[in-house]
Design a protein around this ligand. Structure first.
Ligand code: KIV
Ligand code: NA
Length: 288
């Protein structure tokens, strides 16, 4: 199967068919998403917390991230592959940001674009967000960009925690809408809305003429994205309100590993007939 292109995603958008997107961090989880026919695989920087055990997405470096992008890109199937721009790899200058985006695109010919977290100017500020400028520069260089707005985890401290965005005042809601429009004007092929009231995201989805992908943005956007470890229930405990567990892979995995270690302890695994190998009888006599 040939991977989907941006035109294929636009065709779904025009037909008002929801676009499906999920994260993957390695070859196996990417292959699962491919087999399930997901439209888009995102190598998200949630990798840091959901697969590598870091406390924050701000801790992961570019080399570490590229290693996982390459593994995901070894999967085969219909998905269009998007990758995050990790924290600290693009903020110091536009030049550095462009270099980082190129190095991510060069991980594999399968990488179709980059996603950048973009801030909404606070209060009365009319200052343009740096990431918006970078998005403009990347688009002008032919690198497809998805702008990520609303709750932007890399800016967790600037936002004073993981909170719904655009829910407190009309000004905040308008700010998010304006940022979405600016990203569209910058040439972004899509906008991702995280943790935004659905009235606000519906409004944005109606006004924009590019696909809007939501996580915690309600059902009125053009597509949905979730973190695969949330979907599969890979970790114990609850998932955030914006996500949903569709199973309990954590319990299943621990149970299966326990079954294996119990069988080893009880000496019922391995079974010489089922799992073992035989030596030719005549060789065995010679050996003796
Ligand atoms: O890193 C990530 O997984 C993301 C999605 C939650 C959108 O950015
Ligand atoms: Na991310």
């Amino acid at each position: 199967t040939q991977p989907k292109t941006i035109s294929d995603l636009y065709a779904k958008y025009m037909a008002k068919e929801p676009i499906t997107m999920i994260t993957a961090y390695d070859f196996i989880t990417a292959s699962w998403a491919q087999e399930a026919n997901c439209d888009v695989i995102l190598v998200g920087d949630s990798l840091a917390m959901c697969a590598l055990g870091y406390e924050s997405t701000t801790e992961i470096g570019l080399d570490e991230f590229r290693y996982h992008v390459q593994a995901v890109c070894r999967s085969r199937g219909p998905a269009f592959v998007m990758v995050d721009m990790p924290f600290g790899t693009f903020e110091s200058s536009i030049e550095k940001g462009v270099e980082t985006a190129i190095s991510l695109m060069k991980c594999s010919p399968r990488v179709g674009g980059v996603k950048i977290e973009v801030g909404t100017p606070q209060g009365d500020s009319c200052e343009q967000d740096y990431s918006l400028k970078l998005a403009t520069e990347l688009c002008s260089r032919g690198i497809p960009v998805m702008g990520h707005i609303g709750l932007t985890p890399q800016r967790m401290h600037a936002l004073s925690g993981f909170k719904v965005q655009g829910s407190k005042s009309a000004k905040d809601a308008v700010g998010i809408y304006r940022t979405a429009q600016n990203l569209q004007d910058a040439g972004c092929f899509s906008v991702l809305l995280e943790c935004v009231p659905h009235k606000v995201s519906n409004f944005i989805a109606e006004k924009l003429h590019i696909p809007t992908i939501g996580i915690g943005a309600g059902a009125g956007v053009s597509g949905q994205v979730l973190v695969q470890s949330d979907v599969l229930g890979m970790m114990p405990g609850k998932v955030p309100k914006l996500a949903q567990k569709f199973g309990d892979l954590h319990a299943q995995s621990v149970g299966m590993i326990q079954q294996y270690t119990n069988d080893v302890t009880a000496q019922s695994f391995p079974n010489n007939d089922k799992n073992g190998f035989k030596i030719k009888e005549d060789i065995w006599y010679e050996f003796l």
